[in-house]
Design a protein around this ligand. Structure first.
Ligand code: NZQ
Ligand code: ZN
Length: 387
């Protein structure tokens, strides 16, 4: 096992009616800024529950945070935080609102010249406005991690930063808030969580059986619970299981002491930046082709995954077939949820995408993968294969 440090300070408040707990969790002695997206929370009663719970506080609102939150939008909120001397940020929504809240928290107290440097140059963050979250979409794990992904419309970039100072102080996870998710977002969330596990599990073999089995538990739970939600979106138990599972897919625990990949995410972020497809859609397109491209380097883990998750048995002489079957089973799982897995499904020209994205990665000097041996030319081949 590799050396690691693990500290996760996020308090999770989980279950039906949990939003009322905000009254105990949000400070009363400072103006609070409530951040939200395009208005889903006004249609499903979440907004009313939050406002009721916060009634003893001075609360301002900032709405209109878009999916794949924009830097330009965040800057408007930063201005408001500074002007109104906001002392606490409350994100109410999915990963996009929460990622925006994290960036706003850091940018509002940033002492450098250009807040874009936080994302583009990994500029040091010395302080951040404290924040909390009410999560309405299980997917990103942002509710229990220190990451934030922000897009900039003027340059077409999508970049991330990470800082322990932007861990939420608490995250409220009420599965009932997810009843109103459109099927597309439910499926996006399940696939995003599935691929988060892959990024931390599907690498090279290292003797870490606990982390492997924790990762496999997450995959199996997603495979078992997803069809229940598609059949009955109001199935509380299935919604609850998926919500807690998605949090566990990216709260750092399964990644302790093991190599991590993240190439699918890095390529996917570029697809979203250039073509606007949803985060999970980009992952579902890239992952199967990336696995095929890297099948030799990932062979032992692909065999273990195929056997433990899909019951694919193998002998020495059938290993190649078993690897292929494991990759196909993954893609079939995505397709079974109605998720498309080819660029042509989104009318994206694979050759063009391969050219644009590999050029950008070359300019940045980026090498990807758990061994940092996946070059921009490899990425180009993977994307051509995603046609
Ligand atoms: O904006 P509103 O009106 O709220 O509607 C949202 C949005 O249109 C809607 N929605 C959310 N909860 C709902 C709901 N609609 C009905 N009922 C509800 N309960 O869903 C749409 C998508 O929301 P969004 O927040 O964009 O989705 P998600 O949570 O999947 O977040 C995606 C963003 O997170 C980033 C992605 O790159 C993308 O920008 N990621 C963040 C990570 C992190 N912080 O660790 C890791 C991930 O890999 C990912 O990169
Ligand atoms: Zn993701």
């Amino acid at each position: 096992m590799l050396n690691f440090e693990y500290h996760n300070p996020v308090k999770i408040v989980f279950g039906k009616g949990a939003i009322a707990e905000l009254d105990k969790l949000v400070p009363t002695d400072t103006p609070v800024l409530m951040l939200y997206g395009g208005g889903s929370i006004k249609k499903n009663g979440v907004y009313d529950q939050v406002v009721t719970a916060l009634r003893k506080r001075s609360v301002l609102e900032f709405s209109g945070i878009e999916p794949n939150p924009l830097y330009e939008t965040c800057l408007k909120a930063v201005e408001m935080v500074r002007r109104e001397k906001i002392g606490f940020l409350l994100s109410v929504g999915g990963g996009s609102v929460l990622d925006a809240a994290k960036f706003i928290a850091a940018a509002a107290l940033y002492d450098g010249v250009d807040t874009w440097d936080i994302l583009a140059k990994g500029a040091e963050i010395k302080a951040a406005v404290p924040l909390g979250a009410v999560l309405t979409l299980p997917a990103t794990g942002s509710e229990m991690n220190a990451n934030s992904v922000i897009s900039r419309s003027s340059t077409g970039e999508k970049l991330y930063f990470s800082s322990p100072l932007v861990y939420p102080r608490f995250s409220i996870l009420d599965p009932e808030t997810t009843f109103t998710l459109p099927e597309r977002q439910t499926v996006n969330g399940i696939i995003d969580a599935y691929v988060h596990v892959f990024e931390q599990y599907m690498t090279f073999y290292l003797n870490a059986p606990l982390q492997d089995r924790q990762a496999e538990a997450i995959l199996l739970t997603l495979i078992e619970e997803a069809p229940k939600i598609l059949k009955n979106p109001l199935d509380y138990e299935a919604r609850a299981n998926v919500m807690w599972t998605a949090t566990n897919a990216l709260n750092g625990l399964i990644g302790c002491g093991v190599p991590q990949d993240w190439a699918t995410h890095m390529i996917g972020h570029e697809l979203t930046a250039f073509y606007g497809i949803d985060h999970a859609q980009s992952l579902a397109v890239v992952l199967p082709r990336l696995l095929t491209h890297c099948r030799d380097a990932k062979k032992m883990k692909l065999l273990q995954y195929g056997k433990r998750i899909f019951g694919i048995e193998f002998k020495k002489e059938t290993e190649g077939k078993a690897v292929e079957a494991a990759i196909n089973a993954t893609e079939e799982f995505f397709n079974s949820l109605g998720m498309k897995t080819h660029l042509s499904d989104y009318k994206i020209d694979a050759n063009e995408a391969a050219g644009k994205i590999s050029r950008r990665l070359k300019e940045r000097g980026t090498m990807l993968g758990e061994k940092e041996d996946l070059s921009p030319d490899d990425v180009s081949k993977i994307l051509v294969g995603c046609a």
